[in-house]
Design a protein around this ligand. Sequence first.
Ligand SMILES: [Zn+2]
Length: 222
Amino acid sequence: MFRVGRTVAAVLLPVLIVAGARRQQAGDPRATVLVYDYARTPLQVLAHAESVAKRIFNSIGVETAWLQCPTSPDQESQFPDCRLPVDSPRLVLRLLPRKNVEREQLDPAISGFSMLPGDGGFGNVANALAHRVEELARGDEGRQGVILGYLMAHEVGHLLLGADNHSATLGLMRNSWGREELARAGLGVLNFAPWEARQIRTRLREGAFTELAKTDKKSGRF
Ligand SMILES: [Zn+2]
């Protein structure tokens, strides 16, 4: 789950960059994120957001691929890459429109949430509320892409870290971002904490999501 202060975001986010670009190394763990955009986000905003999220993970030694996937049955033939083998590690990110807040009885203040099982195990579906990002960006598509990218990394981070993993300290995994986090984001240094980065790499190397995929009977759209 994630919240961000509306006023500080407007002030501090316009110049966000993501630093820490790192050359990919052999042996880096990998994850594929299937993106289902039910909110019809502008293509350039989504591409920007994916590049931001990809670089955040790259900076902690995790290679991610973000695949656009179909949101209606008649589109499925156009997205063959989304039909991954059942034993592929895969994570799902849904971009949801405003109407889902009422339909799914969500707290209107949140900007995203992840679906994690109550037993403390892993889940594989994360959600970002696209209209909240739009509100924060106030019509600036560059800013919208950056905010969405950080939000996507935060929510996918929940999936990779397991249950109850908000950080009490400064960083990407704090449950709400205030002035300090946004200032760090503006400098390109908002990221996972070192222990979170280690845990994410370990989980992926252990194949946690391969096991999860084998037990997940769902396929196609999410
Ligand atoms: Zn959260």
